[in-house]
Design a protein around this ligand. Structure first.
Ligand code: FES
Length: 170
């Protein structure tokens, strides 16, 4: 929702913590493995080769991944990949004053859900029309095989907006 400044220090911290957790999950721990630092550098490089910094930030720090109680607009869509994205909107006098998402999908779907809710936050509902390319551009791109995750986010936001108009939940 709110566009918070995320410093490069914050970014490096979440990436480092992701690397420590990822290595820990396969039994590689700092102090007990002399190659720990080498492995850490390697998996961080692989992550950055796959995703833009903005995409990484969005899925490692999904601040808007939460429910909104009694949303004014809501939609839940399952994409062709089988993953589901939900979007919640709170609207006052036509303005989106809160937006959030939840997904059981891949990291790019978390990033796309977070990005589209950030893009929509603070706009009038009539202004909150986005394309798949808008989301991809805002994320600094996604791997080709994950570009559909951005479309799922757009489709879900559009349906949530339609549901406000149709007073589905109000
Ligand atoms: Fe299904 Fe990303 S939303 S693979």
């Amino acid at each position: 929702m709110k566009k918070e400044s995320f410093s490069s220090k914050d970014f490096n911290k979440i990436v480092d913590s992701w690397a420590v957790d990822t290595l820990g999950s396969i039994g590689v721990f700092e102090g007990s493995n002399p190659k720990f630092e080498e492995f850490k550098v390697k998996i961080i490089a692989q992550l950055k080769a796959q995703y833009s910094n903005k995409t990484i930030e969005k899925f490692l720090n999904p601040v808007d991944s939460r429910q909104i109680e009694l949303p004014d607009g809501y939609a839940k869509i399952t994409g062709s990949c089988g993953d589901t994205l939900e979007i919640y909107l709170k609207v006052v006098d036509g303005k989106i004053i809160d937006a959030s998402f939840q997904t059981d999908g891949c990291n790019p779907s978390i990033a796309a859900g977070g990005m589209i809710t950030e893009l929509a936050y603070g706009l009038m509902t009539s202004e909150a029309g986005f394309t798949q390319q808008d989301v991809l551009d805002a994320l600094g791109g996604l791997p080709y095989e994950n570009e559909h995750c951005a479309l799922l986010a757009v489709d879900t936001l559009n349906e949530a907006l339609d549901n406000i108009k149709g007073n589905v939940l109000s």
